[in-house]
Design a protein around this ligand. Structure first.
Ligand code: FES
Length: 160
């Protein structure tokens, strides 16, 4: 917690104006906790001298900030029209049936979660998915299943 506080102070110093530093400070909280938790949000508000409501509203606005814990491997499944036609719902059903999680729930081992998103700009390789920061294109359910098994075995975040 003290290291996080120290880093947020450095970010504030770097950006000079409190609100400019907000996004990088929130990224630092995510690095620390995996999501923007209450403790982190309060610390950011305190250190940048802005209201907690503002911190929460900014964190809520951007899809890349999560306000709830996500799995170590968080999947964003596009359900835009092209991806839908090409089997995006099969991927959603895989998470529901095979991993036993609904949207924004985390598997008991803490490894996997998913959310549904709209077009991520690669409909020509549908269905398209983001796994953390990695784009997965043409991801059919068989390929997803193999990937999940690999990640369960490896647990280190780097699919082969
Ligand atoms: S419709 Fe899925 S990436 Fe655009």
């Amino acid at each position: 917690m003290e290291k996080l506080r120290e880093d947020i102070r450095k970010i504030k110093e770097e950006f000079k104006k409190g609100k400019t530093a907000l996004i990088p400070a929130l990224h630092r909280v995510v690095e620390e906790y995996g999501y923007v938790n209450e403790e982190g949000a309060k610390l950011v508000a305190e250190e940048l001298d802005i209201s907690l409501d503002h911190v929460i509203s900014v964190a809520s606005f951007y899809q890349f900030f999560k306000l709830k814990p996500v799995g170590k491997y968080h999947f964003q499944i596009c359900t835009g029209l092209t991806c839908m036609i090409n089997g995006a719902l099969d991927l959603v059903h895989y998470f529901n049936r095979e991993l036993g999680v609904r949207e924004n729930e985390v598997t008991p081992d803490g490894l996997f979660s998913y959310e549904i998103v709209q077009c991520i700009g690669c409909g020509d390789r549908a269905p398209a998915v983001l796994m953390n920061d990695q784009r997965l294109e043409g991801l059919k359910v068989e390929k997803l299943s193999r990937l999940i098994e690999e990640l369960k075995a490896k647990g280190d975040g780097s699919p082969s």
